[in-house]
Design a protein. Structure first.
Length: 318
């Protein structure tokens, strides 16, 4: 009797849960069985695996002009260098930096050359009064053996209270570092002007917009990954192409691609429904970065050894 009652209760709870998890925005994009879009167009391909056995929780990824990938874990103060197939090219420790929860990495222009910005922006319980950005001069090819020094630290807060964020990118069109929150529904986009970030030690980020275009969990998402399926639409990484025209956001299920028109800002462009590329497979994808030419994307995940996936993007039609 107890077993039967428990089973019926479980079925009822799952039914109620599924009833609230249909994709929003009307009918699904196509006739797939789980209510989500069918897999069409370009797909992720395995480029290799991250060889370094120290790189076990990749949460930030950035390409350099010469095609080297720079990554970091969400713990430890170290940057790792790989090629496009994941081969280990060494690492560099970062002096004058701390890691409470490093979550993303971006690249910005500096007076003496490109700088890397490390986002210590994770805040799972939304309790941090301020989070930090560390600015590190990007090492030249012959200087990647380190150590490197963080030459500036910016502490910043949000205007509407603490936020957990894992997604950060530099927008060359506005000259702002953009941060996209993770656990808000819809996610919230904030901006920090680079010129202020480089000379101030503390400031408040500007709220720019809500970003509503991420597809909610489907019934199949919930059934496949009980306990994690409800989180598959949360942003875990972001990058903007070098020309400032494309923005990629990775979640636990899909990669979303936004395109910005000449007269648009990113808060405006992100109000449209983005292109969705389902995958790569796995529930721990947290690092995404464009190639130097902006035509492809790399994705890595928080596991060891991490597969390194590549997505060659369809080019925008004239």
């Amino acid at each position: 009797m107890t077993v039967r009652t428990t089973t019926l209760t479980t079925i009822l709870l799952l039914s109620l849960l599924f009833a609230g998890c249909d994709p929003g925005g009307g009918a699904p994009a196509s006739g797939s069985a789980d209510g989500g879009p069918e897999r069409t167009g370009p797909e992720f391909r395995l480029a290799g695996k991250l060889e370094s056995n120290r790189l076990d929780e990749a949460s930030g990824l950035q390409s350099t002009a010469d095609g080297v990938l720079i990554l970091h874990n969400d713990e430890g103060t170290r940057l790792y260098f790989t090629d496009a197939a994941g081969r280990d090219l060494g690492f560099a420790d970062i002096d004058r930096a701390k890691n409470r929860d490093w979550e993303d990495l971006t690249r910005v222009p500096g007076e003496k050359g490109p700088m890397l910005v490390i986002g210590d922006i994770g805040d799972n319980d939304s309790r941090r009064k301020s989070v930090s950005l560390y600015f590190v001069p990007e090492p030249a090819p012959g200087e990647r053996a380190g150590p490197l020094r963080a030459t500036h630290r910016l502490r910043f807060s949000y205007p509407d209270g603490p936020r957990d964020a894992e997604s950060m990118a530099y927008d060359p069109a506005s000259g702002k570092i953009l941060i996209l929150s993770k656990r808000d529904n819809p996610p919230r986009l904030y901006g920090i002007p680079l010129d202020l970030a480089l000379w101030q030690s503390e400031l408040e980020a500007e709220f720019l917009a809500e970003v509503p275009g991420f597809r909610p969990p489907t019934r199949m998402d919930i059934m496949r990954t009980l306990g994690r399926g409800q989180w598959v639409s949360q942003p875990t990484g972001m990058d903007i192409s070098p020309d400032g025209r494309l923005a990629a956001v990775i979640t636990y299920r899909s990669l979303y691609l936004f395109r910005r028109g000449d007269a648009e800002t990113w808060p405006e462009a992100m109000q449209r429904t983005p292109e969705e590329f389902i995958g790569p497979p796995g529930l721990h994808d947290e690092a995404v970065g464009f190639t130097a030419d902006g035509r492809s994307l790399f994705v890595a995940s928080e596991r060891r050894p991490s597969p390194l996936f590549r997505l060659d993007l369809p080019q925008e039609r004239p």
